[in-house]
Design a protein around this ligand. Structure first.
Ligand SMILES: C[S@@+](CC[C@H](N)C(=O)[O-])C[C@H]1O[C@@H](n2cnc3c(N)ncnc32)[C@H](O)[C@@H]1O
Length: 264
């Protein structure tokens, strides 16, 4: 059938109407309302951390201290950061090498080892002129029952302690490089996996020969134990903190099995 010139516009209009009508009938998927945004979980309100207790000396204080190595050089600011997961937990075991008059010990007792089930072991030479001050300060803290005092050289004393026991160890005793290395290696086996090893005075007296100060020992220790530790980013210029993430013994045994026993 041939359409005349007048019939063409009519046909075009009918076509457009049909097409438009179809589109209206099949409009495609109806836009769904956006799913409601998941309700923001109400933030689990953590109980506020107890305020940090700073032991003080001087008039009116129950303590007697001749020097402050705790509230200086950022130590008392960084300890709550590195020990925050431990603070107030039950059955904690803390170990300190270098206790002097008990100031750092009392800080740990007041702020971390606060539960009655937690204890602190203090190793020091306890020189006669400071021994009584340590005892009097620990007594004044009201926590003497939870403190074990070991008098002697740390390299001997550390050997007497039970492996895999301590949640944190603070090394602030002899500052010579060999002492620091010995204390670190011996403390390693005493520390639980997940425990914190705290070296004080990493950058102490940098003008002394390297064997007379702790830095080289701490650096070498951290290099050698790198597969088994997580170094905590620097929190102050005087301390070096790390977390024990694995047991060295597991990996050395595994290596022997792979390299020797399994080949037999
Ligand atoms: C810097 S003071 C400790 C200060 C203490 N942590 C504080 O903040 O109050 C160092 C202590 O390490 C002790 N010390 C030094 N060499 C030692 C060793 N080889 N074994 C055990 N203790 C040692 C000293 O007797 C001294 O009391």
């Amino acid at each position: 059938m041939r359409l005349s010139a007048q019939q063409w516009p009519i046909l075009a209009t009918v076509g457009a109407v049909l097409l438009f009508g179809c589109q209206r009938k099949h409009p495609g998927p109806t836009p769904q309302p956006r799913p409601a945004e998941p309700q923001q979980q109400a933030a689990q309100a953590e109980p506020p951390a107890p305020p940090i207790v700073h032991n003080t000396a001087g008039t009116g204080s129950k303590y007697r201290f001749s020097i402050d190595w705790v509230n200086t050089q950022g130590r008392a600011q960084s300890w709550p950061v590195v020990l925050k997961d431990l603070m107030g937990k039950k059955n904690l075991r803390g170990l300190e090498v270098g206790s002097f008059e008990g100031r750092s010990a009392i800080w740990f007792l007041d702020n971390v080892l606060t539960d009655e089930s937690s204890t602190l072991t203090c190793i020091d030479l306890f020189a006669p002129e400071y021994d009584g001050i340590f005892d009097a300060n620990i007594k004044a803290s009201g926590r003497a029952r939870r403190v074990t005092k070991i008098k002697g050289y740390s390299d001997r004393a550390l050997r007497t302690l039970k492996p895999n026991t301590y949640d944190f160890i603070y090394l602030d005793g002899c500052h010579k490089a060999h002492c620091t290395l010995e204390d670190a290696v011996m403390s390693w086996d005493l520390l639980k996996v997940g425990g914190v090893l705290m070296f004080d005075d990493w950058l102490w007296n940098m003008d002394l020969p390297i064997t007379e100060r702790p830095k080289i020992a701490i650096d070498v220790f951290a290099e050698i134990y790198a597969p088994f530790i997580k170094v905590v980013p620097l929190l102050n210029s005087h301390s070096f903190f790390l977390v024990k993430t694995g047991d060295t013994r597991d990996s050395s045994t595994e290596l022997w099995y792979k390299n020797f026993y399994n080949k037999k």
